[in-house]
Design a protein around this ligand. Structure first.
Ligand code: 13P
Ligand code: SF4
Length: 400
């Protein structure tokens, strides 16, 4: 049987809990043997395709040392071990955006995360700094659900109905820079899972309703926390005129939610929580707010990736945690907390397939090329978009 290096092997019940996926290893295989590579950025030179985990780690370490302070590596909590070990700073999407706005010395910010996060770093960093995304195909399926044309069309329809003036556009960080710019231009704001409540309060202090995209679940969960009744939240179906609603219903709505979701977090269910509680009385259930409302309500706690990490790190020894978020983070927390029992709520391992595209071969290639004075995968947000996206991101950084 393959090594289950992401769990504590002495816990029989924990092994039962993950019985469906324990053949899966999160170790790094050469790029050429990754089935997903067909969909990834292919122009990485051939010699990198065959390099395995250990050799890649050594080469990344060597290139990193040669580059010194010229390079800052930022890593999101969902990155695999062979990447996150090289991050100078690791955090949730809010923390990473804040660091990108504050770390003004490094010439290159190598962003180990996904496309929308690297775009935000480019917008918030200084003009002399360059943001590099090791694999340009590292996107986010949720962000892709909010096509800028569809969102602009929605905003236009709300304007035509005379509703845009009292509607605050709020985009979740997981969106393109052009949608952040739409918010910036129209008095709106960006939120992350760590400040969504404060952002909605900020919005309702100014306008009577919110257009929230792309994650309907974060929007709904946050609305419920603020006491907004479910019948005052509508889902805008971008395939239907007026999102599938009457003008009267839209006028009466407090939150108009985009029809988007995260496929990783949709896997978590109330049935999993019930089964876990029945089997392990006293377990703490902690989920990300991208999960469905009923899952968040059935859990004991919910919060951003940083919150999840902090909560378990600070918990008493001996406590038991079932966690509803991406497996690389859950397995890391389990390893970092050997005095606690930490496992994934979902019996089937589910890494975020787009975060996973930051394979160490890409990081190695980008850094070794920088050593040679060649820059690849420089991510640039077009200046007019960047100007307005920054307005919305700066608002986000002040509302927390
Ligand atoms: P955090 O902001 O909590 O890091 O979440 C980002 C994300 O994409 C979760 O799926
Ligand atoms: Fe996007 Fe979901 Fe991956 Fe987060 S976990 S980056 S929302 S696909």
């Amino acid at each position: 049987m393959a090594t289950m290096r992401f769990i504590k092997p002495d816990l029989k019940w924990q092994i039962d809990n993950i019985a469906c996926q324990n053949e899966v290893s999160l170790d790094t295989a050469p790029l050429s043997s990754e089935p997903g590579f067909l969909l990834w950025q292919k122009d990485i030179p051939k010699p990198y395709w065959e390099l395995a985990g250990q050799e890649l780690s050594q080469r990344v370490r060597a290139a990193r040392a040669k580059l010194g302070d010229k390079v800052l590596i930022l890593g999101h909590h969902y990155q695999r071990e062979d990447i996150i070990q090289f991050a100078d700073l690791k955090g949730d999407s809010f923390k990473l955006a804040k660091w990108a706005s504050e770390q003004q010395d490094a010439e290159y910010i190598v962003f180990c995360g996904v496309h929308f996060m690297a775009e935000a770093a480019d917008v918030l960093s200084q003009p002399h700094q360059k943001v590099l995304l090791p694999n340009m195909a590292a996107g986010c399926t949720m962000a892709d659900m909010a096509d800028p044309d569809d969102v602009n069309d929605c905003w236009q329809q709300l304007s035509d109905l005379g509703l845009a003036g009292d509607t605050m556009p709020v985009t979740y960080m997981n969106s393109t820079a052009s949608l952040k710019a739409l918010c910036g231009r129209n008095g709106g704001i960006v939120c992350t899972s760590s400040n969504a409540g404060a952002v909605l309060e900020w919005s309702f202090a100014q306008r009577q309703r919110v257009l929230f995209f792309p994650d309907q679940h974060l929007g709904r969960n946050t609305g419920v926390k603020l006491g907004i009744p479910l019948d005052q939240m509508l889902v805008w179906d971008f395939d239907l005129p007026l999102g599938g609603h009457t003008p009267e219903a839209l006028a009466a709505a407090r939150i108009i939610l985009w029809r988007g979701w995260c496929s990783v977090h949709m896997r978590f269910s109330v049935q999993q929580i019930e089964a876990t509680r029945a089997k392990y009385p006293g377990v703490n259930v902690l989920v990300h707010p991208e999960c469905k409302l009923e899952v968040v309500q059935a859990a004991d706690y919910n919060g951003s990736t940083e919150y999840i990490h902090k909560m378990i790190t600070e918990a008493p020894a001996g406590s038991v945690w079932a966690v509803g978020t991406e497996i690389n983070l859950v397995s890391r927390i389990a390893r970092e907390n050997p005095d606690k029992t930490v496992f994934c709520l979902d019996p089937v391992v589910c890494p975020c397939s787009t975060m996973y595209r930051i394979h160490p071969a890409y990081l190695c290639w980008v850094l070794e090329e920088l050593v040679e004075g060649r820059m690849h995968n420089h991510l640039i947000v077009e200046p007019e978009t960047a100007k307005w996206a920054k307005v919305a991101l700066d608002r986000m950084l002040t509302v927390h």
